[in-house]
Design a protein around this ligand. Structure first.
Ligand SMILES: NC(=O)c1ccc[n+]([C@@H]2O[C@H](COP(=O)([O-])OP(=O)(O)OC[C@H]3O[C@@H](n4cnc5c(N)ncnc54)[C@H](OP(=O)(O)O)[C@@H]3O)[C@@H](O)[C@H]2O)c1
Length: 353
């Protein structure tokens, strides 16, 4: 069985997803939505820097809605709920890193749309959509009597190749007041809260757990060189976003993101620590478990600007879910509903000739 896939947007995640679709033995790229007029009409392979694929990128949404395809890998800058509904109504499954990690009450209408159309919507990614929910849940089966779960990212944000986003949305280089009142905490809270809810629900913590968001910033003490230009003293050069699930005054689960513009000239003097950039996961139970995941961040910020493994892993998680999502029961489906989903062997060592 080969599933026909449409790629929606060719930013960092989208380009990596196209490569992952091409490498996947059960998938075939049949269409591609782009936003930049300079990309429209071009071969998708050329856009992502590989061989010609014979698939032309388009800005025409209607054309893609009419196209016969099994699944859309939906990775634009922002999610358009009406557009997602239209994709589902057109009979296409959708996988996305932009939300719907765990269906909630607000998603009832979209859930109904997916059921009526007989297709599935699945939210997945890396952080959230993997590190902060799936990985702790998998490891929790090795322990019992769990009292605390933590999943945390430690990254050098100089390797994130989206300068406009880093400056205008993430508020690096802004004043602490601007960052504290900016949109970022609100934008992130939806997805990370769903991760915490998935942990609470799957491990049987008190369902009334309150989710408390928190943001702390560190400022530059001297000019810091960065891909968005120098960060001047007193301006935001590091941020820590944290969400706690609290039961009876006790924190039972925590997800957090630490983004630093390097480790020098910061106040407070935050550091990535001796383990460097990493994802960390901790479960307190019998026995307690801690895991450090390396390899999802680049060796250097410069390498990350060219190819960021975290972005590639996000795309892989999306693309690898496609066969399972296409075969799933209709509706909005999370990791709690879907079977174990794996990657695929390289063609040179794959079975079946
Ligand atoms: N859950 C996770 O772990 C995770 C991880 C990484 C990213 N994400 C999310 O995934 C999305 C894509 O990330 P990315 O790193 O690929 O971002 P990106 O490199 O900034 O690319 C976003 C793409 O969106 C398209 N776009 C441009 N203007 C747009 C508009 N007005 N409305 C909608 N789309 C527009 C463009 O596509 P074309 O270039 O094709 O024109 C652009 O390249 C983001 O929302 C990001 O937050 C989630």
């Amino acid at each position: 069985m080969v599933y026909r896939v449409i790629q929606w947007a060719t930013g960092g995640v989208g380009q990596a997803a196209v490569r992952a679709v091409v490498a996947h033995p059960e998938l075939e790229l049949v269409g591609c939505r782009v936003y930049g007029e300079n990309k429209a009409g071009r071969d998708v392979g050329e856009i992502v820097g590989i061989e010609s694929l014979g698939v032309t990128a388009t800005t025409d949404t209607e054309e893609l809605l009419r196209l016969d395809a099994d699944c859309v890998v939906y990775a634009p800058l922002v999610a358009d709920k009406k557009e997602v509904a239209a994709l589902l109504e057109s009979g296409k499954n959708v996988v996305t890193p932009l939300g719907w990690f765990l269906p909630g009450e607000r998603d009832a209408r979209l859930e109904a749309t997916a059921r009526t159309a007989g297709v599935t919507l699945h939210g997945t990614g890396l952080d959230p959509g993997g590190i902060t929910d799936l990985i702790p849940m998998v490891f929790s089966s090795l322990t019992s009597q769990v009292t605390f779960v933590r999943a945390e990212e430690f990254s050098d944000i100089r390797s994130y190749n989206a300068p406009d986003v880093v400056r205008s949305i993430m508020q690096f280089g802004a004043t602490p007041e601007q960052a504290m009142t900016g949109p970022m905490l609100g934008l992130l809270t939806g997805g990370f809260t769903q991760s915490l809810r998935m942990i609470v629900q799957s491990m049987g913590f008190d369902a009334e757990a309150e989710i408390l968001p928190n943001l702390q910033v560190a400022v530059a003490t001297a000019p810091i060189d960065s891909p968005i230009g120098p960060i001047e003293p007193g301006r935001v050069a590091a941020q820590r976003f944290q969400w706690d699930a609290v039961v009876g005054g006790e924190v039972i689960a925590r997800v957090a993101v630490n983004w630093l513009m390097g480790e020098e000239n910061l106040d407070p003097p935050w550091e990535l620590g001796s383990a460097g950039e990493r994802f960390e996961m901790e479960l307190q139970g019998d026995p307690s478990i801690s895991v450090i995941i390396k390899g999802l961040q680049p060796e250097t910020p410069e390498e990350g600007l060219v190819r960021n493994p975290g972005i590639v892993a996000t795309a892989n998680h999306l693309v690898n879910s496609v066969p399972y999502v296409c075969a799933a029961e209709p509706g909005i489906k999370s990791y709690l509903d879907l079977p174990l989903m794996t990657g695929r062997a390289h063609r040179k060592v794959a079975g079946g000739g």
